[in-house]
Design a protein around this ligand. Structure first.
Ligand code: PLP
Length: 397
């Protein structure tokens, strides 16, 4: 089983390392010589349990997950996370304080916007701490305001959690680091969506209440979502759940059982049938990363790739428009448009002729987006940068 190395820049599902897929294909047919594929055996069997445990261990090593935090998996994607985070975290806050407070949202692109809308749709109290479009001259997503522009807004206020999306996949906006004014608050649980930048750079897990990441970009196939959660939050949810009358009085919605974090954790992520083949792929991705220098090495490579591509595009300022403020440009999703009209189709066609694919921008934004996740090689990015330079040269004037 082999394939030509792709140069695929799709935003997700995204390219995975070929060696991972080769091993996964074998495991799908005959796992560990048991005569059955990994997806055919019971999710509670010894082999499946080993996949769950080893993937958790590998992830703990990769991200230096401290003992204060638990790792678990759930079906569904990022969107399921928007709902489950809101209900679980509000429940945890009731467990900790006996009352409710709004979930605060930093809105920097369409995914954090959707997360806030979902919590509000579930009739939970939310507060948009800032919407970055209000700080943009064109009213679009493309920047992250300085902390000094919004930190006063949270002073003295209580939140059941504060939510942010570290990398906005559609708009190509990435937090360079976790806002300090949130880190400084012991009473705020930071909840972060890392769906499109998990394992792309080092993060300090101890700073987070919960991390959520859909698998289909840097770590695997769609269908499974990774969570890293502070154990005290799990305890607070369980505590609140012993007082149903209080939760009802405070209008906190009951979390559907398969998305109730303490229940999922108590059952080692197998309360219901976990897609174990999908998890096996995730663990193969983790093992592959561990073998190749871990997150530290991957981060350097990702910085190199982003630098190659942004430098090439920046070198043609009359031809390419890069809408994102350089301070928060994503190292995973490079968004750009052509200044000249009528050339978009040609750009995609000529790129495809060089086997550079998946470059079309999100339907809501248009233009182009090169997603340069972990599995996209430096060579692929160099090819794309070279093509972009030549295309600009050929079509300027
Ligand atoms: N969060 C981010 C950052 C995403 O990029 C996406 C999807 O691309 C989602 C959430 C939603 O994920 P899903 O489609 O798995 O629900």
């Amino acid at each position: 089983l082999d394939r030509e190395e792709p140069n695929y820049f799709g935003a997700g599902p995204a390219q995975l390392p070929t060696n991972v897929l080769q091993q996964a294909a074998m495991d799908l047919i005959n796992y560990n010589d048991v005569g059955l594929g990994i997806g055919e055996i019971s999710h509670r069997s010894k082999d499946a349990t080993e996949v769950i445990n080893s993937s958790k261990e590998d992830l703990r090593k990769l991200l230096a997950v401290p003992e204060t935090h638990e790792v678990f998996y759930m079906q569904g994607g990022g969107t399921t996370g928007f709902s489950s985070l809101a209900t679980n975290l509000m429940t945890a806050y009731v467990g900790a304080t006996g009352t409710t407070a709004p979930g605060g949202y930093l809105v920097t692109g369409s995914w954090s916007q959707k997360a806030e809308e979902e919590a509000a749709r579930l009739r939970l109290s939310t507060e948009i701490i800032f919407d970055s479009r209000k700080f943009d001259a064109n009213g679009k997503y493309g920047n992250i305001p300085e902390e000094s522009q919004w930190s006063d807004k949270i002073k003295g206020k209580k939140y059941s959690y504060v939510y942010l999306c570290e990398n906005e996949t559609v708009h190509g906006v990435e937090f360079p680091s976790l806002p300090k004014c949130l880190q400084d608050r012991d009473d705020i649980e930071i909840v972060a969506d890392l769906s499109s930048d998990i394992l792309s750079r080092k993060v300090d897990i101890s700073k987070y209440g919960v991390i959520m990441a859909g698998a289909q970009k840097n770590i695997g196939l769609a269908g499974l979502t990774l969570y890293i959660i502070k154990k005290s939050i799990l305890e607070n949810i369980s505590k609140a759940e012993t007082n149903d009358a209080l939760l009802a009085k405070l209008n906190v919605p009951v979390t559907p059982i398969a998305f109730d974090y303490p229940i999922v954790v108590k059952n080692n992520s197998a309360y219901n049938t976990i897609p174990i083949f999908t998890l096996r792929i995730m663990d193969l991705v983790f093992q592959n990363l561990l073998k190749h220098g871990g997150v530290e090495h991957q981060q350097k490579e990702n910085e190199r790739k982003a630098n190659i591509l942004y430098t090439a595009l920046d070198a043609c300022p009359d031809f390419y428009n890069l809408p994102v403020d350089p301070k928060c440009r994503s190292k995973m999703n490079v968004v750009f448009t052509l200044k000249k009209e009528g050339l978009d189709e040609l750009f995609l066609k000529e790129a495809a002729a060089l086997k550079l694919t998946g470059l079309k921008g999100h339907r809501s934004v248009g233009g182009f987006r090169a997603s340069i996740y972990n599995a996209v090689s430096v060579q692929s990015v160099e090819k794309l940068a070279k093509f972009a330079t030549e295309f600009a040269k050929e079509h300027s004037n």
